[in-house]
Design a protein around this ligand. Structure first.
Ligand code: AMP
Length: 189
């Protein structure tokens, strides 16, 4: 079983690379951002609770996020493995994921962080905003998401580094080149 955490700030390319990785490695892709957006769109009870939080670019409380993630994992009992995209985003989420996987006799295999500088991120999200129309890609909301990343999410990196699970790769450049570098890391496992 291969459980990969794909890590990086908003606009790092996690979604794009996840799409390519799931078909190559036959993994189940879990994007907590996509799940929340589906709940908002479907106007579920959870969607109503989180819609303003998403629109403001803030993080959804850990308890809510962890419960949704765990519910999603158990839907695929026979999976080859998972790509966690956009989760964990806080140290308590990372700890909860570790404990949850241990209970299932499993663990995180590797965490790959996509490194992209801020100027490039801003440019990519401005482009994406034109196409996706995501409200939280608008400049002021994006700033909030970047702030959340640097105040809370960045601390997840040393958490996995201490477990010797973290690999950082350059997330700037051609999509295919980045994909090749990602595969080179994954193929070691
Ligand atoms: P994303 O598509 O990963 O950028 O996520 C979009 C939004 O969903 C974030 O700005 C948060 O509001 C929410 N979200 C996604 N994943 C998480 C998470 N792991 N913890 C808290 N909030 C999250």
């Amino acid at each position: 079983m291969l459980n990969l955490v794909l890590f990086g700030p908003p606009g790092a390319g996690k979604g794009t690379q996840s799409e390519k990785l799931i078909s190559k490695y036959n993994l189940v892709h879990i994007s907590t951002g996509d799940l929340f957006r589906a709940h908002v769109k479907g106007q579920t009870e959870l969607g109503r609770r989180v819609s303003q939080i998403l629109a403001d670019g803030q993080l959804v409380p850990d308890s809510v996020t962890i419960a949704m993630l765990e519910e999603e994992v158990v839907k695929s009992p026979g999976a080859n493995g998972f790509i966690f995209d956009g989760f964990p985003r806080t140290v308590p989420q990372a700890q909860a994921l570790d404990n949850f996987l241990i209970d299932k006799g499993s663990k995180i295999t590797v965490v790959i962080a996509l490194d992209v500088d801020q100027a490039e991120l801003n440019q990519r999200i401005a482009e994406r905003h034109k196409i996706s129309g995501r409200v939280d890609d608008a400049a002021d909301k994006l700033q909030k998401r970047v702030d959340e990343y640097f105040s809370k999410t960045i601390h997840v990196l040393p958490y996995y580094d201490e477990q010797r699970k973290l690999t950082r790769i350059n997330g700037k450049g051609e999509i295919e080149e980045i994909f090749k570098n990602l595969c080179a890391v994954i193929d070691k496992y």
